[in-house]
Design a protein around this ligand. Sequence first.
Ligand code: PMP
Length: 361
Amino acid sequence: MTQRVFNFSPGPATLPEEVLRRAAQEMLDWHGSGMSVMEMSHRGKEFVAIHAHAERLLRDLLGVPEHYKVLFLQGGAIGENAIVPMNLLRGHASVDIVDTGEWSLKTIQETRKYAHVNIAASSAAKRYTCIPPRQGWRLDPDAAYVHICSNETIGGVQYHFTPDVGAVPLVADMSSDFMSRPIDVSKFGLIYAGAQKNLGPAGVTIVIVREDLLGHALPITPSAFDYGLQAQADSMLNTPPTWAIYMVGLVLDWIQDQGGLAAMERRNKEKAGLLYQYLEGNRFYANPVAPADRSLMNVPFTLRDPALDDAFLKGAQAAGLVQLKGHRSVGGMRASIYNAMSLEGVSALVAYMKGFEARHG
Ligand code: PMP
C-alpha cells in the first residue's frame, strides 16, 4: 500500500486518487491500443478521440457557448501574459488591468512589452487584501480588453462576482480557480488557465476565446501562439502536450462523476468554510483577507508568533500534511484546497491547527 499525504501545494497540486489509479491502469496499454498515451501520434485516431473527449467534456461541464473556441496550448499562464496582448490588441494601443496582487503584477509587467497599460483599479494600498469594488474602476472605453485575475493564488483573494465591463472584452487569468465553480462564459472575451491546479498536470494551458476576437494577431506572434491559427488547426498546429490533455480528460470525467461544477462549488465552499470558520476571530492564527473576497482555493494564514512557523511546518509534515509553507513574498502559511483536496484533508488540517494552538497558544 502506498501512503498518500494530504498535499496542500499551490501547484502542481494534488490530483484525485481515482484519476491517478486510472492513469496507472491505462499506462502501458490504452484501451487495447498496445501503447501508452505518451507514445501515440497526436494525429492518430486514438489521440484525436482523447482530445475530442476532453474538449467535449470541458464544454459540457462549463457550458461553453458554440461561438467560443477551446484551445489546448503550451506556455503556461505566464506565457499567456504575452500571448494575450499579441492576439487581442486588434489595433488598440492600451489595455486595462485590475491589480489584485502578485499575479496581476506579473501580467502588468509582461503586457507593458506590447501595449500601454492602464491600471484600472488596484488594491495595493490595501496590501492586496480585497478586490477593488467595481464602482471605483477607471475603465478606458478604447482599451483592447480588461484583464482580471479571478483568483490570486498567493494572496488568497478571489472574485465572487463577474464584473460588467460593457462592450470591451473581459479577459481572465483563471489559473487557480478554473473549473472550481460554474461561471457564465458568455461574459468573457477570453479565459486562460494552466492545468496544474484544478485540472491535471503542468504542461497544458487552456484558452477559451470568443471567435470574433480571433484572426488579429500581431505579425510578430509566433504561429504556435496565434489563437486564430491554432483554432483552425484544432490546437494541433504544433504537437500538443498529449499526456497532459489526456490527464485533463480523466480529471474532467472525475468532475462529472462528482456531479459537475455545481457540486464542485458546494464541496469547495464546505472545505473553505471549515478553515475560515476556525480562523475567524482566532487569536493565534490570522487571515488578512476581507471576508467577502476570500478565496475558496488558497487560504493564507499567519501564526501570531512567526518564530513558531518552523515547528508548525515540521509537525504538519509529521502528521502527513505537506506543502503548507506560504509564498516567499508573504511568508506564513498557505493551504491550497483545490477541487481534488478532500474534506477529510481539510478536517485533518484544522484538527492539527487546533492541537498546535493548544500546545503553543
Ligand atoms: N497566474 C496565476 C493566478 C497563477 O496561480 C500562476 C501559477 N501559480 C500563474 C499565473 C503562472 O502559471 P505558469 O507557471 O503555469 O505560467
